[in-house]
Design a protein around this ligand. Structure first.
Ligand code: CP
Length: 337
């Protein structure tokens, strides 16, 4: 794809070469994210960070990534404080806000809404999650993490076995990630979920049509066996009609150290897009794995900054200038990562 000026709305717009290009640029951002070098390449540029659903990681890491490239960030964090609450359309909002910013990141509770917004925007728009539909930057950082984690064990993405666990119906991260991984060859997917929360049929069919193996099961213990990567997800309570309905599934697919040690091969990478539900009745990913070397969840969040810096650099066409404009940092000497 041609990155400069492009919207990033869905993983479907990427070919394998695009993903590899994003990962190469993300790799080149490491000295900046580690505060060893600094750049002001986006000095004067403004990011509109528009979040109409709660977020910690995505909002803050997009903001941090833009700041690290020298730009300013303006935020909307709530529908209540936006004129959308007065009935303003996405079209009008996009026309207005794209006059104030050079690029916009948007999260919205309705599937397809960010694409609708982008049609009216005069600047590039990045989808930071539209309802249960897609979360492309999360899928990119997840795949970037998988590549690094498997790479350090001498393995590659092609041919890997991955288990996706939990609420696969409502989880936009697993929708985007499975579609992105299928750009590689011969992936073996195990989808572990209650039948009512299974991966949408069209995604399973697409994966199979493209030559990958997909097993669907409700048996977590059997499903855990033989994987290179586990990708756990939260029950997406906000997509259910009531908390009571979500509670039916809470705690059914739990990973703790004892289960991991018993069923998983020793090097299996443990991932989760976060937030994990740490309430006592959920325990989807127990704290007793927090010090486990294969737990990659906080390496995922660190990698999110690199991947989001890469998306900004590509979209605003400053990849070369980032390095030409770089200077050494002399105020911070210790590595923070
Ligand atoms: N993974 C993710 O999207 O986290 P946030 O909801 O905190 O942004």
């Amino acid at each position: 794809m041609h990155f400069p000026g492009a919207h990033i709305l869905s993983v479907n717009q990427f070919e394998l070469a695009d993903v590899e290009r994003i990962f190469d640029v993300a790799d080149s951002m490491v000295p900046f994210a580690h505060r060893e070098r600094m750049t002001k390449v986006l000095d004067g540029a403004i990011l509109g960070n528009m979040f109409f659903e709660p977020s910690t990681r995505t909002r803050l890491s997009f903001g941090c990534a833009f700041n690290l490239l020298g730009g300013e960030v303006r935020e909307t964090t709530d529908v209540k404080t936006s004129s959308i609450s007065k009935g303003e359309s996405l079209y009008d909002t996009a026309r207005v806000i794209s006059g104030y910013n050079d690029i916009i990141v948007m999260r919205h509770p309705q599937g397809g809404s960010v694409a609708e917004f982008a049609k009216a925007s005069r600047v590039p728009v990045i989808n930071a999650g539209d309802g249960p539909n897609e979360h492309p930057s999360q899928a990119l950082l997840d795949l970037y993490t998988i590549r690094k984690e498997l790479g350090s064990a001498g393995k590659s993405i092609s041919g890997m076995h991955i288990a996706m666990v939990g609420d696969l119906k409502h989880g936009r991260t697993v929708h985007s990630l499975s579609r992105l991984i299928q750009l590689y060859d011969n992936i073996h997917f195990t989808m572990i979920s209650p039948k009512e929360l299974c991966m949408p049929e069209e995604i399973v069919e697409e994966l199979r049509r493209n030559g990958h193996t997909v097993i669907e099961t409700e048996d977590m213990e059997q499903g855990l066996v033989g994987n290179d990567t586990l990708y756990l997800t939260r029950i997406q309570e906000e997509r259910f009609n009531s908390k009571m309905e979500a509670d039916i599934y809470r705690g059914r697919f739990r990973l703790n150290e004892a289960i991991y040690t018993r069923y998983c091969q020793p090097k299996t990478v443990i991932m989760h897009p976060l937030p994990r539900d740490s309430r006592a009745d959920a325990n989807e990913l127990d704290n007793d794995l927090n010090q486990h070397p294969n737990l990659a969840i906080f390496r995922q969040t660190d990698n999110g900054v690199l991947v989001r810096m890469a998306l900004f650099a590509l979209s605003l066409d400053v990849c070369e200038q980032v390095h030409k404009s770089a200077r050494e940092v002399n105020w911070y000497t210790e590595r923070r990562f």
